[in-house]
Design a protein around this ligand. Structure first.
Ligand code: HEC
Ligand code: HEC
Length: 450
């Protein structure tokens, strides 16, 4: 397995590897700073710190094949009484409106916005009249006839039962070929400004056309789309209602899809209830996790505002430069070496419903938290990479955190509080097709009223 061969593999794999048994695993598992051997029989190698690192005596370098992690000893856990006192203080401070919450720890120069409820979106002028556009977009989103094969719908990879993602490491494209990236959820995409992990689409309309035409994805063409839909009279009626005439164009298809996507908005998580004043909606763990997220764990530097995303692009050390998993992210669309290895900060809303994580889908939630705790990997150039201007530079906002196991559990509890209630979204009855027994009214008795 290639993953095992990589730095990330080494720090995350709990079954194999040697040096990870020292340092990485011991520490990731929260064992304190002594060189504990969990398993295996090799004595730990004392790693030499690369000269570029600040001489912080507490930081221990954990080296892998292509770079290193930085290990800060976990801070001492609070005893029961101190924790009870800490939680009681947080309850008081976070009962106030967000603008009066304790000041977050944000690095100098970072423009940030407090966490909060999603704003109510005024209906975009593009989407008027909304309801017929939404209805048409919903049909198109679930209709595989838009694809060349007639087998692949948008919903194949953005499945409402899987948080509008696909639950896979990377998606399958045409002919079941693996695509390079993990499918993000499309929920709340109304609030994003640039789409795809690297932001290469500037609107949802543009994004939809790119997927439809991509030979590796829906592999379609304007002719296929127009010809297939024109044969179905119900579509003519739906286009008439949405756009005033029954003319079917690719542009209209993309506008209806985008209108539908813009109505998929969350905002019913436990964290939202907490923000609305229901202080019991967050457990003690989640409350402590919220405070960590905003302060010691440094997450708010990039994941802020109602979406928990700054909508900007950062290199968090996962570009796998020069390796088989290499993905230089935004550089691939802008050609600017300053963008090498950068990806858009994803929203963390409903995050627990959309595993696995990161642009390559290689991680579970606990891995992600452990990686952040280790400051994320710092790649070290091989001799032949030293002068390569594309060599990615990890964001200086990432630092080893020294979180202890209780902190890690609290942070996770906060992320879990962002989960939306599960609702069953009924696939529509498609024009020219029989309704399936679970479509439409028949499904009412097992769907949540919305
Ligand atoms: C074969 C699987 C697949 C199909 C089919 C598919 N997508 Fe995607 N979608 C993906 C993947 C993978 C990405 C991320 C790709 C990237 O970032 O390079 C993505 C990204 C997106 C995004 C960007 C989300 C964000 O937060 O930036 C949107 C919106 C989207 N798809 C909508 C659609 C629509 C609309 C359709 C149908 C026209 C569709 N997708 C069909 C797999 C798919
Ligand atoms: C330097 C900015 C930055 C900081 C600080 C940061 N993140 Fe991220 N986060 C990102 C970016 C960028 C990605 C996407 C990276 C990729 O796919 O390669 C990401 C991805 C994630 C994901 C995966 C989301 C998904 O849908 O796949 C989670 C979960 C996450 N971050 C949580 C956190 C937590 C928790 C913290 C604090 C411990 C944190 N982040 C700190 C920028 C940041």
């Amino acid at each position: 397995m290639v993953l095992v061969m990589t730095l990330i593999g080494e720090i995350l794999n709990f079954r194999r590897g040697r040096w990870l048994l020292f340092g990485a695993t011991a520490w990731l598992a929260g064992v304190a700073n002594s060189a504990v051997m969990l398993r295996g029989d090799e004595p730990p190698r004392a790693p030499a710190a690369p000269s570029s690192l600040p001489a912080t005596p507490q930081i221990r370098i954990i080296r892998g094949r292509s770079g290193f992690f930085e290990r800060l000893p976990p801070r001492p856990p609070r005893d029961q009484a101190a924790r009870a006192e800490h939680i009681a203080r947080l309850r008081l401070e976070y009962a106030k409106p967000p603008q009066n919450w304790p000041a977050p720890l944000i690095d100098a120069g970072v423009e940030w916005q407090e966490l909060g409820l999603l704003p109510s979106q005024p209906v975009s002028a593009l989407d008027v009249p909304l309801e017929p556009k939404r209805q048409l977009g919903r049909l198109l989103f679930f209709d595989p006839r838009l694809s060349h094969s007639g087998q692949m719908a948008c919903a194949s990879c953005h499945d409402p039962d899987l948080g509008w993602a696909d639950g896979r490491t990377v998606s399958f494209g045409t002919g079941r070929l693996s695509l390079p990236r993990n499918a993000p959820s499309i929920m709340n995409s109304a609030f994003q400004e640039a789409f795809f992990w690297d932001g290469r689409a500037s609107s949802l309309e543009d994004q939809a056309i790119q997927v439809l035409m991509n030979p590796d994805e829906m592999n379609s063409s304007p002719e296929i789309v127009i010809q297939r839909l024109s044969q179905l009279p119900d579509y003519g009626t739906a286009f008439q209602e949405a756009f005033g005439t029954s003319e079917i164009t690719l542009d209209r298809v993309s506008r209806a899809l985008a209108a539908f996507e813009r109505t998929l908005i969350g905002g019913r998580s436990r964290f939202d209830a907490f923000l609305s004043g229901k202080s019991a909606a967050l457990s003690d763990e989640a409350l402590s996790g919220l405070d960590l997220f905003r302060r010691e764990a440094r997450c708010l530097n990039c994941h802020h505002g109602p979406l928990l995303s700054d909508k900007r692009f950062h290199d968090v050390g996962l570009s796998y430069f020069g390796r088989s998993y290499e993905d230089l992210g935004r550089y691939r669309s802008t050609g600017d070496v300053a963008d090498s290895g950068k990806f858009r900060t994803p929203s963390l809303r409903n995050i627990t419903a959309t595993r696995p994580y990161m642009h390559n889908g290689l991680f579970e939630l606990e891995n992600v938290i452990n990686l952040y705790n280790a400051g994320m990997p710092t790649l070290v150039p091989k001799p032949d990479q030293e002068n390569d201007p594309r060599f990615p530079k990890k964001s200086p906002l990432l630092k080893p955190l020294g979180l202890n196991p209780q902190d890690v559990a609290d942070l996770r509890a906060f992320l879990e509080s962002l989960e939306e209630p599960r609702t069953r979204f009924r696939p529509p009855k498609l024009p020219g097709r029989e309704a399936s027994p679970v479509d439409g009214a028949a499904a009412d008795n097992f769907s949540d009223p919305r």
